[in-house]
Design a protein around this ligand. Structure first.
Ligand code: DX5
Ligand code: ZN
Length: 216
């Protein structure tokens, strides 16, 4: 399949969110990546439901919601009602991950699991068949603009191998430090959804930056 591009709104100008959402609407991006941080699971706080709802009102692309929060079960329904197309929870934040994934699916939403850089891919073995997507973190979650971790290529290949055995239609997303220097290598390793924050929003021509990633 052709890979998907999901610009991360975390890197947008928060005083001009509508303008930046409209830029994404008019771009070759496929999804809008929405990073929700609670100051507990990660050392940063981003935004909550009112902002997700406002994004949904203006976005024409599906909202790919990445929950970097402890005990996400408390808020799954609220995020689906706010407009999430896909909900990603962290492996490290879910002691009853199977239950959490079933709950997301029962809400009629796509379900995905993110793994931090230190989390071994083999830990997904007994859940991967239930997932629509695995998100491989290529930085430690919490902030945009961090340096890409090179070991990510190996992890993406490992997820691809596991998915070939257990869930061949599942998507593999990579998030953190993605730009034109690593996009092609990530796609070759098996990634088919690229999240990009700073490399899109700090570009002089944001539409061109998205287009370049799309045609990597
Ligand atoms: C990091 C977030 C990322 C972030 C990516 O915790 O999950 O989605 O916005 O930003 P860049 O592409 O700048 O690393
Ligand atoms: Zn993210």
């Amino acid at each position: 399949m052709n890979h998907l591009i999901a610009p991360s709104i975390l890197a947008a100008d928060f005083a001009n969110l509508r303008r930046d959402v409209e830029m994404i609407n008019n771009s070759e991006a496929d999804w809008l990546h929405v990073d929700v941080m609670d100051g507990m699971f990660v050392p940063n706080i981003s935004f909550g439901f009112p902002v997700v709802k406002a994004l949904k009102e203006h976005a024409t692309k599906p909202l790919d919601v990445h929950l970097m929060i402890v005990d996400p079960d408390r808020y799954l329904k609220a995020f689906v009602e706010a407009g999430a197309y896909n909900l990603t929870v962290h492996y490290e934040a879910c002691p009853h991950l199977h239950r959490t994934i079933q709950a997301i699916k029962e809400l009629g939403c796509k379900a995905s699991v993110a793994i931090n850089p230190h989390t071994n891919v083999s830990l997904l073995k007994d859940i991967i068949a239930d997932l629509d997507m695995v998100l491989v973190m290529s930085v430690n979650p919490g902030f945009g603009g961090q340096k890409f971790i090179e070991h990510t290529y190996t992890k993406i290949s490992e997820v691809k191998e596991l998915s070939a055995l257990k869930n061949p239609n599942m998507l593999i997303e990579v998030d953190g430090g993605v730009d034109n220097s690593n996009a092609l290598k990530l796609i070759k390793a098996g990634a088919n959804v690229l999240v990009a924050g700073n490399s899109v929003f700090s570009a002089a021509n944001q539409l061109a930056a998205i287009s370049q990633l799309k045609h990597s």
